[in-house]
Design a binder for this molecule. Structure first.
Ligand SMILES: *Cc1c(COP(=O)(O)O)cnc(C)c1O
Length: 251
C-alpha cells in the first residue's frame, strides 16, 4: 500500500481524506486478523474467507476511502440506496444482502455482482430472466438465503423447501448458485449464533451430496459473531459496524 503520500486517490481518481483511509486500513487489518485466527482454530485457510464490507448508511466518500484501504467487496441491503452509490465508486464488487422486491429485480441485476438474498423460487426465476436480458450471457452469481432458525421475522427458504426446490433452482440457466446465506439471531453472546451457522453448513453438505451443482459458498456472520461463523465454515462474512462504527440508526 502506498502510505506516505499526503493525498491518496481511490481507483478512478476520486479524492478523499487520507486519515479516513488510514483508519479504515487499521479496522480492516483487525477484522482480517480475527478471521485468520478463527480460520486457524478450525484448520481452514483464511484465504477461503471473503470479507464483505457492509456499507449501508455509509456515505460515498467514506466508501471510496474504504476501497482504497483494500475493502473492495461491498454489501448493501437496499437497491435504492445502492443505486446512489455504485456508479460513484470505482474498483469494487457489490453484493446485495437485503430483501429484493420484484419491481427492483432489473435494477438489482444491473447494479450488483452477486445477489446473496434469493429467498424464493419465484424471485430466482425472475432474476434468471432478467440476467439473461441484461448480462449478455454471463451467468449471475447468487446465494440462496435460508431461514435455518425458522424465525418468523426473517426472510429465506425454510430448509425443507430449499431441498425440494433445489433442482428447479439449479436448472435456471442464467444463474450460478454459488451457495447458501443466512442471517444469524443477533445474540447477546456470539456463541449463541453457533448452532445457526453449524446448521447452515450441515444443510449445505446434505444438499451438495444430493446435487453438487449447488456451490460451496456459505455467507454467514456479522460484526458480533463473524469469528464464530468462520470457525463453522463461513466463506463470506458480512461486516459493517466492526469496520465503519455504529450506524446512525437501525438500518
Ligand atoms: C447490516 C447487515 C450486515 C452487517 O451488520 P453489522 O452488524 O454492521 O456487521 C450483515 N448482513 C446483513 C444482511 C445486514 O443487513
Amino acid at each position: 500500500m502506498d502510505a506516505g503520500s499526503s493525498e491518496r486517490r481511490a481507483p478512478g481518481g476520486y479524492r478523499f481524506e487520507p486519515a479516513e483511509s488510514a483508519s479504515l486500513s487499521i479496522a480492516r487489518a483487525r477484522v482480517l486478523e480475527r478471521i485468520a485466527h478463527a480460520a486457524e482454530r478450525a484448520g481452514r485457510d483464511p484465504g477461503d474467507v471473503t470479507l464483505v464490507a457492509v456499507t449501508k448508511t455509509v456515505p460515498v466518500e467514506r466508501i471510496r476511502a474504504a476501497v482504497a484501504a483494500g475493502l473492495d467487496v461491498l454489501g448493501e441491503n437496499r437497491v435504492q440506496e445502492a443505486a446512489t452509490k455504485v456508479g460513484e465508486v470505482r474498483g469494487a464488487r457489490w453484493h446485495l444482502i437485503g430483501p429484493l422486491q420484484s419491481n427492483k429485480v432489473r435494477r438489482a441485476v444491473e447494479l450488483f455482482d452477486v445477489i446473496e438474498s434469493v429467498d424464493s423460487l419465484e424471485l430466482a426465476r425472475r432474476l434468471d430472466r432478467l440476467a439473461h436480458e441484461v448480462l449478455d450471457g454471463r451467468p449471475l452469481p447468487v446465494l440462496l438465503q435460508v431461514n435455518v432458525d425458522d424465525d418468523a421475522s426473517k426472510a429465506g427458504f425454510d430448509p425443507a423447501q430449499v431441498a425440494r426446490e433445489l433442482p428447479a433452482l439449479l436448472a435456471l440457466p442464467s444463474l450460478r448458485v454459488q451457495g447458501l446465506m443466512t442471517i444469524g439471531r443477533l445474540p447477546e453472546d456470539p456463541e449463541d449464533a453457533r448452532p445457526t451457522f453449524r446448521a447452515l453448513r450441515e444443510l449445505s453438505q446434505r444438499l451438495r451430496a444430493i446435487d453438487p451443482g449447488l456451490g460451496p459458498a456459505l455467507s454467514m456472520g456479522m460484526s458480533d459473531d463473524y469469528p464464530v461463523a468462520v470457525e463453522e465454515g463461513a466463506t463470506i462474512v458480512r461486516v459493517g459496524r466492526a469496520l465503519f462504527g455504529e450506524r446512525p440508526r437501525a438500518a
